[in-house]
Design a protein around this ligand. Structure first.
Ligand SMILES: [Zn+2]
Ligand SMILES: [Zn+2]
Length: 389
């Protein structure tokens, strides 16, 4: 029985085993399920029973290529590393001194705990912690980024710092709970662009999960018009349901920049949130904004991209890069979701049991059956299991 010294548990209601099922990464693209000890929360940490974890494009990057994961200063392969970072669950054990959360509280979990002591962490930019990945041996700065620099969520239990937790209401489903961090990333993008977007025009490029959440959050913040560009009609349709005023299928529109301007009354938009990672996206974005406009880059491009610097300088355009979900943006996103200001579940398409993670990854990677957000759950009800099959 799991009973580490100094850790509060409630075995009657939330029994905790000593070991758990956990997926680990071997060679690139190679996952296997194994048994791992259930980790022990330290000071300011809790043990979270993972009730649902969503698969993110960045998980696929890590599983097949490695970065941006960094395990013991290097690539994450063959290090008994468990990926997965978009999870929610239930607090089942409290580390020393924790009274901010109770056992039984449902929570979404932010990815980045940061070291809490560097310049950026002190500014609330913990996703840009200067001690990223330093959590081992002589360079243990206490940094954690679930599924990037420490074990993540493709398992049953994980420890998390209390500063990464977002309380969830019981009327929010597990699947929706996994999307709090996705919406939080979109919220962080809009925060960095200035935050006050009511009445401002916003174009979101790329209707992936973050792009679709950027549409929803921008609309909830009062932006108008909100324009979404992309290549897949089924995703653009979801964008309309989440609040986009206009959508543009760039496959059917030869000059997307002209079209966005046309939809905005002939002028460039105030803000672009770039979520497509397309090679042409940055130059398109800086041409879609008006003079003095702002562009936030939220997608990891796969190659170096040539950029029209003269256009950016001549037009006083601001460009921001964001990493993840900084400045407590997840709390603001959760508030909108709690108030039902948008229905994030529209981007959830599939659920699989934890044992079927490789199938779930295939669905996410190959977009089988138009998959967008694919979730895995360690404990699935029989009815849910059937629905997923
Ligand atoms: Zn992610
Ligand atoms: Zn830090």
């Amino acid at each position: 029985m799991y009973a580490p010294a100094g850790v509060k548990t409630n075995h009657n209601e939330f029994p905790i085993p000593d070991t758990q099922r956990a997926w680990v990464l071997g060679e690139p693209g190679e996952l296997s399920i194994t048994n791992k000890p259930v980790p022990v929360p330290k000071k300011a940490e809790v043990l979270v029973r993972i009730d649902a974890v969503a698969i993110c494009a960045t998980d696929l990057e890590i599983i097949y290529h490695g970065p941006p994961a960094s395990i013991q200063g290097g690539l994450p392969f063959n290090k008994n590393f468990t990926p997965g970072h978009e999870y929610m669950g239930t607090v089942v054990a409290l580390g020393a001194g924790v009274d901010e959360y109770n056992i039984g509280q449902r929570v979404a979990v932010e990815i980045h705990a940061g070291c809490g002591q560097c310049k950026r962490c002190r500014e609330g930019m913990y996703t840009s912690c200067h001690n990223y990945g330093l959590n081992y041996g002589d360079v243990d700065k206490g940094h954690r980024a679930n599924g990037f620099t420490t074990d993540g969520g493709f398992c049953e239990y994980q420890v998390n710092n209390i500063n990464t937790l977002v309380s969830l209401q019981n009327d929010m489903s597990d699947e929706e709970g996994t999307l709090v961090v996705t919406a939080g990333t979109a919220m962080y993008a809009l925060t960095e662009l200035g935050g006050l977007v009511a009445g401002e025009s916003v174009c979101v490029t790329g209707p992936g999960p973050i792009g679709l959440m950027a549409v929803a959050v921008a609309k909830a913040l009062g932006a108008q018009p909100v324009i979404l560009t992309g290549t897949r009609d089924n995703r653009l349709k979801i964008g309309l349901e989440l609040g986009a005023d206009h959508v543009v299928n760039i496959r059917k529109t030869p000059d997307v920049v002209a079209e966005v301007k046309k939809l905005n009354g002939g002028k460039g938009v105030d803000y672009v949130v770039e979520c497509s990672a397309a090679t042409s996206a940055v130059n398109d974005a800086v041409r879609m904004v008006n003079r003095g406009g702002r562009v936030c880059l939220a997608a990891f491009a796969h190659e170096e991209v040539p950029v029209d610097v003269a256009h950016i300088v001549r037009n006083n355009i601001y460009i921001y890069g964001i990493r993840g979900e900084g400045k407590s943006a997840t709390h603001r996103a959760e508030a909108y979701m709690r108030q039902k200001r948008f229905d994030a579940t529209k981007i959830h398409t599939h659920t699989f049991p934890l044992e079927e993670l490789p199938t779930a990854i295939r669905y996410a990677k190959d977009r089988v059956e138009d998959a967008i957000k694919v979730v895995v759950k360690a404990k699935m009800g029989a009815a849910q299991k059937e629905a997923a099959e």
